[in-house]
Design a protein around this ligand. Sequence first.
Ligand code: ATP
Length: 899
Amino acid sequence: MDDFLKFALLGIGIGAIYGLTAQGLVLIFLSSRVLNFSQGAIALVAAYAYSEATRAGAPLGVAALAALLIAGALGAVIELTVMRPLRHASTITRLVATIAVLTVIQSVAALYYGDATQFVGGLLPTTPLRLSGTLLIGTDRAIVLAIGILVTIALTWYVRRTRLGLATLGTAENPVAVEVLGWSSRRVSLVNWVMGATLAGLAGVLIAPMNGISVTGMGQIVYCALAAALIGGFRSFGWAMGGGLVLGVAQAEAVRIHGDVGWSTAIPFIVIVAAILIRGDVIRGRGGRREQLPAVGTGKVKPLLVLVCVVLVGGLSLLLGHSALDAFSTSLIIALIGLSFVVATGYAGELSLAQYALAGIGALVAAKAAADFGVPFVVALLIGALSGLISGTIVGILSLRVRGDVVAIISVGLALALQALVLENPSLTGGISGISVPSPSLFGISVDAVQYPERFALVCAAVLVVCSLVVANIRRGASGRRMLATRSGERAALSLGISTRGARLYGLAVAGALAGTAGALLAFRQPTVVFSGFTVDASMTLLGAVVLGGVGYLAAGVLGGFAVTGGFVYYLMSLSGLQQFLPLILGLALLVNLVTVPDGAIPANARLLAVLTRRLRPISPSPRTRRPSGRNTVLPPAIAAHESSARPGETLTLAGLSVEFGGIRALHDVSMTIEPGRVEGLIGPNGAGKTTLIDAVTGITRGYTGRISLGAAAIDRLSPAERARKGLGRTLQGLELFEELTVRENLIVGSDARAWRAYATDLVHPGRATMSSAALDAVERFGLTDDLDVLPGALPYGRRRLVAIARSIAARPSVLLLDEPAAGLSATERVELGELIREMADSWKIAVLLVEHDVDLVMRICDHITVLEYGKVIAHGVPEVVRENDEVRRAFLGQEATV
Ligand SMILES: Nc1ncnc2c1ncn2[C@@H]1O[C@H](COP(=O)(O)OP(=O)(O)OP(=O)(O)O)[C@@H](O)[C@H]1O
């Protein structure tokens, strides 16, 4: 017990520092919704500033104050120059921007101070305080704890009692509302960045005398701080400090029990997983924020380009000298990890920072398989890929309950745990001596990287080409579209029958397999493989390089492998002794790129190239910029119904449906039946429960009572995607089109069959992407033919609505639930929409539920109408009866004479 307390007291100081850093993260997150990975770098700057000032003879207090001022100013600079221009960018882009800031600061510090740990005198006395008997605590640690408690009280008071603090909390919920109330969300963000950075500075000044200052060491604080902030859901300062203390104490205890730092490094991961299991989706998002996601390539393979690359790689393999070839092969291998980022982050939208760690697992398993069991090289590669696939799937399973930015935290935690417990565990990996692997051979021919570097380079190139083709296939196939749809909007994807969990898992699993393959190849790059390089920092640097090119572009993944340390560019720079500047150049280029062309250099240059070549010959512009035809939106005359477009109609029956949201009865005992070929109107004032009804029927809202059946079968136990696959289609009030896909691809996503086997078959043969006959009918009927190759964002609102309806029709629903489809349409478009809905029911025999505020439209086209008020049915019947109902007039129609 005595030992337990002694170690607990030892961990309190560092725990409070984690807590302070975490509180800074929370402040910044609340106001700008970004996980600031550069928090540790700000602490580093403050620590060096403090050290420099003390060396220059400044009194310790003055030095500390100067350091805090510098940290705060740095926060302001980051906010003004990086985060502000990126305030509308995606979560991924903004998070990568903080990684770029981290890279720049760390590279400058590394260039100036090198790797060595610097020690500096402390502001606080270190004399031990006797608590009781043999229990001692350093005065400095006790003071740091007291500072932590005081800061927690001050911050809690700030967000609860001050107007600026309340605006900060408000900004986290709804920045628009805060603007409406007269606060500038920019100012709120700036102030909080300054305060958050100052807290990081305080942590840096306090930790410097305890642990010394080193570039890599200081960056590590942020990982523990992220875990601590996660415990408080990135909202509570008390929980963030408590979480920091628990982490600090748990780490000290882990050292006591295990005697090394392995388990202590893994503690944050255990805490992160526990927080997610207990709290679910721990970070609450801002409702309704539509992010501009990174653009994606088409995945089209240009045979000529492939040929040129093959000739280039073959030629270089034959021409280059030994060390150049080694760097070249390394780049080809790292390009595979780059591709893994394209699949995980570019396609699936999952920000995994564990890709290098997964490569490390691939390397370890392949090396062990070859060294201990003598498996041939090819089999070792396959085993490496498989172990990466399994590890990637584990990242995916852990991430299923959370979204984008939390996935980054989970993956960092997992990577650190894998690093500490597996990759840096000498009993598994042989420590600094590593594992000796047998010389690789292929079909009896040696491909030893030392003896025959050109052959090894050709093997790496062949693996890269095959993997690139696989990734291109995925992009062009149904599995790629499922991932992109999921990335773009989960509700819309679910409403089309896509298992969004399946798509996310698939992305991370494939990415894991790519990383594992890379690891296996790396294991054979030298006669002995060591495992110290598979770090989170390496993942961050490579992700930055891939984002620089465009994370949704296959070529960016490949080129990324050439840009990072140890790669070919690094080698070329080393010829003139400039290689140490590479990380700084990459970081700066990434920052400039993110702020100016967030989609990346590849799409930006493709557009530039298109503009230039257009001067020479007329070419069609890229989908992002192409404008719609501008033709009027009047629909062509009705076409003959294509019986093949519709699946057999089914009757939707709701019996006693009730939904409650924390005491609010959104729906109360609602029953209705919608038959094939009929249009049922659902009207009611705002908040009556109409969307809730659609959400319950489609399974988005789960906690309802009552029974919903499609045909004779109850569907209550089915997931939203399963319900959609059974024939329940819907449109969403906010449309939620897949903005990064063209209109054609939106419709193809709707048309795609949902068979699981596509996940396997797409790898080799994605097949032709075609629209269903229902989608073709809708295109023709809505006059969308000229708009098929534009991005939805280029269309006027009315046409976007038509695309959304066409997309749901593409899935050939037997029941279609339309949520305010006429909102925002012109009078002519409303008339046309009415005709179309009637036609869907009359010709295609779809059962249609129409939720609409346009009462004229509802009265005109519906066969039957149900009226809701406060979640209860107050009237139902044919339009003429409902029109005359006094209660309806009172409750909803406002006694309008026209009703
Ligand atoms: N997720 C939720 N959590 C808590 N309350 C909710 C939630 N969703 C809806 N509500 C509440 O349920 C009630 C019904 O809302 P709903 O959006 O279904 O109404 P509606 O008839 O579709 O309104 P509108 O015409 O404005 O779209 C409202 O009081 C709303 O505030």
